[in-house]
Write a protein that binds this ligand. Sequence first.
Ligand code: ATP
Ligand code: MG
Length: 447
Amino acid sequence: MNYQVPRGTQDILPKDIRKWHRLEELIRQFCHVYNYDEIRTPIFEHTNVFKRGNDSSDMVNKEMYTFQLENSKTSLTLRPEGTAGVVRSFVENKLFGSADLPVKMYYVGPQFRHERPQKGRMRIFHQFGVEVIGAKSPMLDVETIALGWSFVSALGLKDMKVLINTLGDDASRDAYRTALKEHFKNDIDDMCADCKRRYEQNPLRILDCKVDHEKEIMKTAPKMQDYLNEESQAYFEEVLEGLDALGIPYEVDDRLVRGLDYYTHTVFEVVSVNKEMGAQSTVFAGGRYDGLVEYFGGPQGMSGIGWAMGLERLLIACEAEGISLDEEEGLDAYVLCLSPSVKKEALQVVSLLRANGYRSDTDYLGRSFKAQFKTVDRKKARIAILIGEDEVEKGEVTIKDTLHKTQQSVPFDDIIDSMDALFEEENEECTCGEENCTCGHHHHHEE
Ligand code: ATP
Ligand code: MG
């Protein structure tokens, strides 16, 4: 028997959930402002959605969770990435017929890859990704990068760097591929097994090898830049000019090829250069894909651009830079039940508070007065409401404001009025001006 989480997976416990909520909130807020809508596709797809042609990537060849149920001929795969499913759905649902091209989408959810677990490399992890399909403009490449860049900037991340490259169009890439094969021809026998496979399937990916990357033959490899045709060169220059126009700093990295096979033209990785970050430093990465829509049976020549951000890695990057995302939110009120004989009344009070939007709780263990008061502290409850036999007899409760250190007796019927009065000051204090304010102030009156 094994009752532990599988290797490379983790529980996200209640104590850590706030930062996830905070991230998800910010993601939705950002995508809303950028006019991107969410798309939700299935967690598993037909295996051939991910395994296309003779794809050479490790992800497709070694890392997929593929299964087939007994008595079924259907091979299914837990999604290892978001793009393939989104493009499949774009075609299947004929979104290419939309009056408003391009279609701008985002997704958030789990991905599954059977790789060797390390810090920042999990078997189940979460991605936030965007896909913009149905238009080819260098300014869209810029827009998607800008969305991700301003998102990480808004979180407060400063040690970030954009690495960017171009793989050119099919013609440029074919010329480059031929040059690479020529270059590696005599050395491929001494290179790793993956490189041997890449040599046959997609020699570009040899440049992405983590085993052989120190070899001299790698350093002297021909550069993509020298094989770009004019059109591809011009496209790339426009992307860089767009980034300049928005003041997004970048570095052109002519070794950058990315792990997936479907990219054309722009590819990029946004990395954290913080020293605490460790080996897994890419926070989000992506590029343009010219051929995927057609591959799934959509119209010809419909291009897309997208990226995916690893949320676990994003959290590691935040931690490395000392950015905390989980300010604990205290309770508005804790109801102290001073005698077992009044537990029904205590329950009524706590349910009245909740019905009026006050985050509250009470004791269910019949603990001592002292123990319950400790809970008020521990849960950072602003208000303590005491209810005992005396109070019930008088039809009252005692309300203690822990912030202003005041105390008053309040008839049952006036509890909410008193709470509103105590919290009023705080509601007014909230001057952050944001419509969906997350500054931690209370907004009961809006509910
Ligand atoms: P790497 O070179 O790190 O393996 P990749 O090229 O496989 O990355 P993509 O498929 O482009 O990565 O995924 C985009 C982002 O998703 C990565 O930059 C990273 O932040 C995150 N990511 C990818 N694989 C994992 C994983 N196994 N665990 C956690 N995050 C991951
Ligand atoms: Mg990978």
